[in-house]
Design a protein around this ligand. Structure first.
Ligand SMILES: [Zn+2]
Length: 87
């Protein structure tokens, strides 16, 4: 089955161990095939391309909340967003 992660800042998801139900491959997200979309990143089995993990991208409110909570990655992303010209 495909795991959907709604909280991008949840710690440890990149290292979480998955088993592919289609071919039995085992590993974490760093070893999977990643496909980037506007709203989400999709991670698929490197052997059979079965979609194992879908990570929804955080919206601005989530980035701000995580940065306020001290998440280093969110602080960096917020700095990048702040330096971008506003629409
Ligand atoms: Zn597989």
């Amino acid at each position: 089955m495909t795991t959907t992660l709604t909280d991008y800042y949840q710690p440890g998801w990149r290292e979480h161990h998955h088993t592919c139900p289609a071919c039995g491959w085992q590993g974490n997200s760093r070893q999977m095939e990643m496909e980037l979309h506007d709203e989400q990143s999709e991670y698929a089995c490197p052997q059979c391309e079965f979609p194992l993990l879908v990570v929804l991208h955080p919206d601005l409110a989530q980035v701000r909340a995580a940065a306020a909570a001290g998440n280093a990655e969110a602080v960096e992303q917020l700095a990048i967003l702040a330096s971008a010209p506003s629409p």
